[in-house]
Design a protein around this ligand. Structure first.
Ligand code: SF4
Ligand code: SF4
Length: 320
C-alpha cells in the first residue's frame, strides 16, 4: 500500500489550535465481524488487538476527571470488546453522552440478540455506516449480504424506538462518496435516503451524515496508484472554505487508539501523526493533569478534506 503522509505537506493548510475538550473518541479494538474493502483501520474477524483493562481504567478516569461531555466509541466493531457494555454503563452513570459507531450487522450476530435493547436502555446514540440505499453498492463496499443484514439491524433498532423524531433514541447514518469527488449536499441526500428506506423497507432514521473521503490509507493509496492524487488534492484545496476552520472536529475532540495513545483525530491516528509534542507519542494517562486548550493541532494537507465545500467531520457536514 502507498503511504500518502510524505506527500501531504505541500499545500500549507492553515494553523489551527484547540478549543476546550468536549469529546473523547476511543478505538477500543480492531476486531470486526466484517472486512470491508475501504476499511481505514484494516479491521477484520482475525484482528486480536483489544484495549486492555489497564487502558480502559485510564479512559474511565479521564472521562470523570476531565468532565468529558461525550464518549465516542469506535473500532473495529466496538461491541465485540468484552468490556464494551461496562464502559457504556460507566459513562452513562457519569451522565456522559455516549456514541456507538456501529456497523449494523453486529446486531445480527449470534449472542447479540439483546444489543439493541441494551443500547436503547442506555440512550446510546448510534452512528452507522450505510454508504448507499442500493444493495449492490453496499455489498460491493462492505461484503456480500451486508445490505440485507443492515436492513434487518435497522428494523431491530426501529423496533426498540431508535430513529423516530419524537424519541430521544438517535440513529444517524453515514454516507461517503464512492470515489475522488466531494459528497453531494447533505440535506438533499438525506431526503432521498429517508424516502427510499421508508418506502422500500419501512425504516426511519434521524440524520444522514455525509463525509468526505480522506486522501489517506487505502483510499490515498488508490489515488496514488491511479494517478489521481494531485487532482483530488487540487479539488480539496480549491473547495476550501475558511469559515469551516472554526468547526473542524479536532477543535474539541481527541482520538485515542486501542493502546491508549492520543491523536488530534481519527485520521491523524491512521496516519500515525502524533500530537504536536516534538514528534513523540502521548499516552492518555500523561494528559490527566494537563490542559491542552490553546495548543496547536498537527495539520497536514489531508485536513482540506475537513474544510472543503460543506465541510466534513465525524458528525457530518459542517455547513449542511
Ligand atoms: S465495519 Fe467498519 S470497522 Fe469493520 S471492517 Fe468495515 S469499515 Fe472496518
Ligand atoms: S484531519 Fe483531523 S487534524 Fe485535520 S482538520 Fe480534520 S479533524 Fe483536524
Amino acid at each position: 500500500m502507498y503511504d500518502t503522509l510524505p506527500l501531504l505537506n505541500k499545500l500549507n493548510f492553515p494553523t489551527i489550535t484547540r478549543n476546550s475538550l468536549q469529546t473523547l473518541q476511543v478505538n477500543i479494538g480492531l476486531k470486526c465481524n466484517q472486512q470491508c474493502l475501504h476499511c481505514h483501520v484494516n479491521a477484520s474477524p482475525r484482528r486480536t488487538e483489544m484495549m486492555s483493562a489497564a487502558t480502559l481504567a485510564v479512559v474511565k478516569s479521564f472521562l470523570a476527571t476531565k468532565k468529558i461531555a461525550t464518549l465516542d466509541i469506535t473500532g473495529g466493531a466496538p461491541e465485540l470488546h468484552p468490556e464494551f457494555r461496562d464502559l457504556v454503563s460507566y459513562a452513562r452513570g457519569h451522565n456522559i453522552h455516549v456514541i456507538d459507531r456501529c456497523n449494523l450487522t453486529i446486531l445480527t450476530e449470534p449472542g447479540m440478540g439483546d444489543l439493541a435493547t441494551f443500547l436503547a436502555t442506555n440512550a446510546v446514540e448510534i452512528i452507522a455506516s450505510l454508504p448507499c440505499y442500493e444493495s449492490d453498492n453496499v455489498d460491493m463496499q462492505r461484503g456480500t449480504g451486508v445490505f440485507e443484514k443492515s436492513i434487518k439491524a435497522l428494523r431491530q433498532l426501529n423496533s426498540v424506538g431508535y430513529g423516530y423524531a419524537d424519541t430521544a433514541l438517535t440513529l444517524n447514518l453515514v454516507f461517503n462518496p464512492q470515489g475522488a469527488a466531494l459528497p453531494p449536499p447533505q440535506l438533499e441526500l438525506e431526503n432521498t435516503y429517508k424516502q427510499v428506506l421508508l418506502e422500500r423497507y419501512d425504516i426511519t432514521f434521524n440524520q444522514l451524515f455525509t463525509l468526505c473521503n480522506m486522501p489517506i490509507k487505502r483510499f490515498g493509496s488508490t489515488l496514488i496508484s491511479t494517478h489521481q492524487l494531485d487532482d483530488y488534492m487540487t479539488l480539496l484545496k480549491q473547495s476550501h472554505r475558511h469559515e469551516n476552520l472554526e468547526n473542524v472536529m479536532c477543535r474539541h475532540l481527541i482520538s485515542v487508539d486501542w493502546q491508549g495513545y492520543v491523536y488530534d483525530c481519527d485520521f491523524n491516528q491512521m496516519l500515525a501523526l502524533n500530537l504536536e509534542n516534538n514528534g513523540d507519542k502521548v499516552h492518555l494517562s500523561a494528559l490527566m493533569d494537563t490542559d491542552i486548550e490553546g495548543t496547536d493541532i498537527a495539520v497536514r494537507d489531508h485536513c482540506y478534506g475537513c474544510t472543503a465545500g460543506q465541510g466534513s467531520s465525524c458528525g457530518g457536514a459542517l455547513k449542511p
